[in-house]
Design a protein around this ligand. Structure first.
Ligand code: 5RP
Length: 235
């Protein structure tokens, strides 16, 4: 089995296990990314087979489009008001269930939806489980106005935390700056390790041009980690 196949099977196992958490009438947050896509597909199959009445809020335009195309009822978060459960992927999960998210540039809406939920459950393959956050570049959503100044302020914040001179990279797609669903830019922080995630989160949040960073601290309740043989472990 190739590594890619093992990863796909693991994502499928985690997504399938998460579908079993859904109960009739639930108000659900739907995540973004390849694992969330599998979850949405499996959820739509189950909802159709069992006639489940669900109300869903999506964390990105892509997920909203997919879910609606599969027959799920997608509404604005504010129209639903509060959610019972959000299921989403992650780029890294540490032993305290702190996360890095935003690999799909959706962490702003993902965090808003997760924080409006009674429970947030992460679905991921084993490759996302780390001892310490930071190998994955930390995404930071910034407003386009003055973004280079915001980048300097981020660099200063990293210096103040002794994180050293680390690249802060403007995310590109098709050789153009990537724009998020909110029309903002993403700066990816190549940190290698984040010894104190809370201190970094606090510093970043104090910078005016920063809309939201991809550190999800004390937000996730459970992580379902899939394995290639179809089994899962819960963290
Ligand atoms: C999008 C995210 C995703 O959940 C994260 O990037 C994981 O994606 P995948 O399931 O494709 O590995 O945070 O902003």
């Amino acid at each position: 089995m190739t590594d890619a196949t093992a990863t796909d099977l693991s994502k499928d196992a985690a997504a399938t296990a998460a579908v079993a958490l859904v109960e009739p009438g639930m108000r659900l947050g739907l995540g973004t990314g390849s694992t969330a896509v599998i979850f949405v597909r499996r959820l739509a199959q189950r909802a159709a087979a069992e006639g489940l009445a669900l109300r869903c809020a999506a964390t990105s335009k892509a997920t909203a489009q997919l879910a609606a195309s599969l027959g799920l009822r997608v509404e604005e978060l504010d129209d639903i008001g509060w959610l019972d459960l959000t299921i989403d992927g992650a780029d890294e999960v540490d032993p305290d269930l702190n996360l890095i998210k935003g690999g799909g540039a959706a962490h702003l809406r993902e965090k808003i939806v997760a924080m409006a939920s009674d429970r947030m459950v992460v679905i991921a393959d084993q490759g996302k489980v780390v001892d310490r956050l930071g190998q994955f570049h930390l995404p930071v959503e910034v407003i386009p106005f003055g973004w280079q100044t915001t980048r300097k302020l981020i660099t200063r914040a990293l210096d103040a935390l002794d994180l050293g001179q680390r690249p802060v990279l403007l995310r590109q797609r098709d050789n153009k700056p990537l724009l998020t669903d909110e029309g903002n830019l993403i700066l990816d922080l190549a940190l290698e390790a984040i010894p104190d995630p809370q201190a970094l989160a606090d510093r970043l949040s104090r910078i005016a041009g920063v809309v939201e960073h991809g550190l999800f601290l004390n937000i996730c309740h459970v992580a379902i980690i899939g394995r290639p043989d179809g089994s899962v472990v819960e963290l």
